[in-house]
Write a protein that binds this ligand. Structure first.
Ligand code: AMP
Length: 129
């Protein structure tokens, strides 16, 4: 079963297209965090963003850069926040959200770093890089 985003690319589900090239598609999110909230996707269906081969990942971010510049110019926002989530739709995508204040993109409360645990975790992750 094709992902909902593949169905959008194929025109089976309507979308508000923002930009498109041979390999990528950008369209407005149906539940925007802010006006202009845009999703940028590769047309090729891959689940997680970091599953993309390096060249396709780079091309997707370059396409997103073009879209972000257009969103910033059009909305007059201060920053375009880019977020990768992916829990709802298993088709790689980048959220581009025009914002002018931190409150425009609320970040949940964060913890305080335990430096002993952090040093051990950092070392374990480093060993896998
Ligand atoms: P996530 O996979 O958690 O990054 O979230 C998927 C995003 O896709 C959500 O922000 C949804 O609002 C958005 N979304 C889901 N279906 C559609 C659709 N048909 N058109 C536009 N955006 C959609």
């Amino acid at each position: 079963m094709a992902s909902i985003f593949t169905q959008i690319v194929q025109g089976e589900i309507p979308s508000h297209r923002v930009h498109e090239d041979e390999a990528h598609y950008a369209f407005l999110d149906i539940n925007p965090v802010q006006p202009g909230h845009t999703l940028v996707i590769p047309k090729r269906e891959v689940d997680e963003l970091f599953d993309l081969p390096a060249d396709e990942l780079a091309a997707l971010w370059q396409f997103a850069q073009v879209v972000a510049a257009a969103l910033k110019a059009e909305t007059g926002c201060a920053r375009v926040v880019s977020v990768v989530v992916g829990y709802e739709v298993p088709h790689a995508h980048i959220h581009l959200i025009p914002t002018s204040h931190l409150e425009d993109f609320p970040i949940p409360p964060r913890g305080t770093l335990d430096h002993t645990a952090a040093a051990a975790l950092a070392a374990r992750v480093h060993a896998r890089t």
